[in-house]
Design a protein around this ligand. Structure first.
Ligand code: ARG
Length: 433
């Protein structure tokens, strides 16, 4: 069935090419499509385009369709172009002419847009929840291992004392900033485009404020052209949020792989969480974190994909926009699955104690000793030279005592303050930390 049937059937090849896998992707929008229609018909009744009885009948049927969706039984029948057509078809089959009235003052352009906004708003909350889960785990580990030192590196050369408290806590705090991207994407999605119709509004006196309120949007896209332009823009915001989280998680995955390597040997995991080799009997590989790293690296290409797909599109609706679903829909699930498995792995991480007693890390204490001489009254540059010459002559012996007290350092991690920041950002998304 074509909503735009005008008495001829389009060529089959044309149909297959233009619809592609859009039907499958549209299934993820079904719930939001029905929710959008429920708001739209309530509004149509309020402006006299539906009678009370018609509204009651349509609402009842739409709720039936919601139940079908909840049971996982909703399908888009062969020959039906998209989710919007399927819902209208069901209503028309069950209610006759009343079903044909719901599209007044609406186009599939603003219909799919409202579906996408609702979908992306929800997805951003789901991502936020998963980010909060990893944040919690990292903070717990930071506290638990705050006294376990490890070498800090610059240029991948041993540099200064660091700690597991600092390492885990660093990723937790970085996630706070990523969460700000998620929150921004949520805000971009949280605006009502319904009523923009094909992109230029309607001559019906649509009550757009009413649908905004019914759908729980924080605000609306007022200008109908801007509303249509938000297709692509919203996806871009979501892609940037996903990419921000992925960049943190991918980097963490790399650290884990590196610290698991025998040359570092800082952490390990129980055997059953590692993978083996078909030829080397001793292997216990970090495949989980490698797959995570790979997936996160791919996810970072999303903003680029969207930028290219939407580059130089002329104003107004263009069918190219449909292809954005392919890019965005799997991405949030990909990301949340990475976040969740990361938490699961961290539940079992084994942290090695006494790493820095190994003489290979002796030089990591030079700055501590320079500072000690400085505190005893020697000018910093002289103290630097004194220790530097000891190193040069092979005479340096570390005192190994570390005392860092300032805000954000090994001895004063400020995890509570970091949690406060996260709490505030997450609360905006309705997520508790
Ligand atoms: N599947 C289409 C999309 O995602 C629905 C909107 C179709 N609108 C149109 N004018 N052909 O964009």
């Amino acid at each position: 069935m074509k909503l735009w049937n005008k008495g001829f059937e389009p060529d089959k090849m044309i149909e297959e090419f233009t619809v592609g896998n859009d039907r499958d992707l549209d299934l993820l929008l079904a719930r939001y499509d029905v929710e959008g229609s429920l708001a739209h018909i309530a509004m149509l009744e309020s402006i006299g385009l539906l009678t009370k009885e018609e509204l009651t009948a349509l609402t009842g049927e739409l709720k039936e369709i919601l139940a079908i969706i909840d049971r996982g039984e909703f399908i888009i029948e062969p020959g039906v172009e998209d989710v919007h057509s399927q819902v209208e078809l069901i209503l028309t089959q069950r209610l006759g002419d009343v079903g044909k009235k719901i599209h007044s003052g609406r186009s599939r352009n603003d219909q799919v847009l409202v579906d996408l906004k609702l979908f992306m708003r929800k997805e951003m909350q789901r991502v936020a929840k998963a980010v909060a889960g990893l944040f919690d785990k990292l903070q717990q580990l930071s506290e638990r291992h705050k006294d376990v030192l490890m070498p800090g590196y610059t240029h991948l050369q041993v540099a200064m004392p660091s700690s597991f408290g600092l390492w885990f806590g660093a990723y937790a705090e970085t996630l706070v900033d990523d969460m700000r991207f998620v929150s921004a994407a949520y805000d971009v999605a949280n605006q009502n485009p319904l009523g923009s119709a094909a992109g230029y509004g309607s001559s019906f006196p649509l009550d757009r404020k009413m649908t905004t309120q019914l759908l729980g949007f924080a605000d609306l896209h007022y200008n109908v052209v801007a509303a249509q332009m938000s297709r692509g823009k919203t996806e871009r915001a979501v892609a940037m949020a996903i990419s921000a989280v992925a960049s943190t998680l991918g980097r963490f995955a790399m650290d884990v792989c590196m610290f698991m390597c025998q040359n570092f040997g800082f952490i390990s995991f129980p055997d059953e969480l590692t993978t083996g080799s078909s030829i080397m009997p001793h292997k216990k590989n970090p495949d989980v974190f490698e797959i995570m790293r790979g997936k996160c690296n791919r996810l970072q290409s999303l903003p680029n994909e969207i930028a290219l797909l939407t580059a130089n599109l002329p104003l107004g609706y263009n069918r190219d926009l449909q292809l954005m679903k392919d890019i965005i829909f799997p991405a949030s699930t990909e990301l949340t699955s990475c976040l969740e498995i990361c938490v699961m792995m961290l539940d079992h991480i084994i942290v090695k104690d006494g790493i820095v007693d190994d003489p290979r890390y002796d030089y990591m204490f030079t700055v501590e000793d320079v500072n000690r001489l400085t505190l005893d009254g020697m000018p910093f540059r002289d103290a630097y030279r004194t220790i530097g010459m000891q190193v040069q002559r092979g005479e340096y012996r570390p005192t190994r005592s570390v005392s860092h007290t300032h805000v954000g350092s090994i001895g004063n991690l400020c995890n509570d303050q970091i949690r406060e920041k996260m709490r505030e950002v997450a609360a905006h998304l309705g997520v508790q930390v």
